[in-house]
Design a protein around this ligand. Structure first.
Ligand code: ACO
Length: 330
């Protein structure tokens, strides 16, 4: 069977206009700017206005990515939306996005892998292109997470924000140098209780009790997650380099999940990669879950940090606990 290679043809991202600063949070919960900055690196986060949904953010990011890739929505063979805060449980957000974009009747499906969602999506897109099944795939990471956050819980409400990023993954032409080298995905359901959104599924459907007990909000064991985040992302990156017989100095940029600056620094230290080779965008975006990696990638491409021909290592972890990496030549 002929094997094709996939490449990133274009990226885009979008953050909603409204900004929630640490100073704003100081007025809502017992916290302070210094604690949040020192423990997380976050100064502010973007919050979607009422009536603006995950598919709306995804739409703006997707349009920007399509423009760079010089493709139209009708060129798309598949739409993947990585999200844990889709517009509604059914239909999936990818179908809603397909309609809003004016794409054709291509395959459209959501990926639920929390913060690793974009890395999972990129992997799935890469596989469909390698087999020759599809040529042009839109992969989106999009979240309106703030609607699942309890703003009385200082342990979680400081961490998350809303946003979307999108990438067009296309079949690389034979003379094109840019390509996805390899992808590496993992999940460990035995520690899935570390980060949960208990209600809204078939286990705990909505009821008065859900509202009373706040079971519609995310619950997190932060310190435990921290340890697993460093371990799983470091492992996924080691795996990518070993698989491709590469050393860290051959990587121009690491683009990690933006959950906490200290987690990012610990992963960089593990690799002995200097922080000036790590894309960090957490300060004004906070943790946008499935969107962080692609937002960070897009911003670094647009401001010229990332150039064509460079080797990039993308890595993420998230609820599940899911984790993974993608090594590619941009
Ligand atoms: N403001 C002020 N004080 C606070 C706050 C706050 N917002 N939150 C907690 N504290 C207090 C705690 O109550 C505790 O006080 P105590 O010592 O009197 O009990 C103290 O600060 C230290 O708390 P820790 O939880 O030990 O703080 P830590 O350094 O671990 O930082 C944090 C907490 C930021 C949540 C960190 O553990 C973390 O980032 N973990 C990973 C979280 C994460 O990545 N979540 C998402 C993963 S999955 C996904 O991305 C979707």
């Amino acid at each position: 069977m002929t094997q094709f290679r996939s490449r990133i043809a274009g990226t885009g991202s979008f953050l909603p206009e409204k900004i929630l600063t640490n100073a704003d949070l100081e007025k809502i919960v017992e916290t302070n700017d210094q604690w949040i900055v020192e423990r997380t690196g976050i100064k502010s986060r973007h919050i979607a206005a009422d009536g603006v949904n995950t598919s709306d953010l995804a739409l703006e990011a997707a349009k920007r990515a399509l423009e760079v890739a010089q493709l139209t929505p009708k060129d798309l063979d598949m739409i993947l939306v990585a999200t844990v805060s889709g517009d509604q449980p059914m239909p999936n957000t990818a179908c809603i996005l397909q309609h809003k974009l004016g794409a054709g009747q291509c395959m459209a499906v959501d990926i639920s892998a929390a913060c690793t969602g974009f890395v999972y999506g990129l992997t799935i897109a890469d596989q469909f292109i390698r087999t020759g099944t599809y040529k042009n795939i839109l992969v989106v990471g999009a979240e309106v997470l703030h609607r699942y956050i309890n703003y009385k819980d200082r342990g979680t409400c400081i961490l998350f924000g809303d946003g979307a990023g999108a990438a067009i993954i296309t079949r690389a032409k034979e003379d094109e140098d840019s390509k996805v080298y390899s992808t590496h995905l993992h999940a460990d359901g035995s520690i899935s209780d570390l980060f949960v959104l208990p209600a809204g599924g078939s286990a705990i459907p909505f009821s008065a009790r859900v509202l009373e007990e706040g079971l519609h909000y995310v619950q997190m064991k932060g310190r435990e997650i921290f340890k697993h985040a460093v371990r799983t992302m470091s492992h996924a990156c080691d795996e990518a380099l070993t698989h491709n017989n590469m050393t860290p100095d051959q990587v121009s940029w690491v683009i990690p999940h933006q959950a906490n600056l200290r987690i990012i620094e610990a992963v960089a230290k593990h690799f002995k990669i200097p922080m000036d080779k790590v894309v960090v965008e957490i300060e004004d975006t906070a943790n946008t879950s499935a969107a962080t990696v692609i937002i960070a990638l897009d911003r670094a491409i647009r401001d010229g940090r990332i150039q064509r021909g460079q080797n990039l290592l993308l890595t993420a972890f998230g609820a599940g606990i899911t984790s993974g990496s993608v090594l590619l030549r941009y």
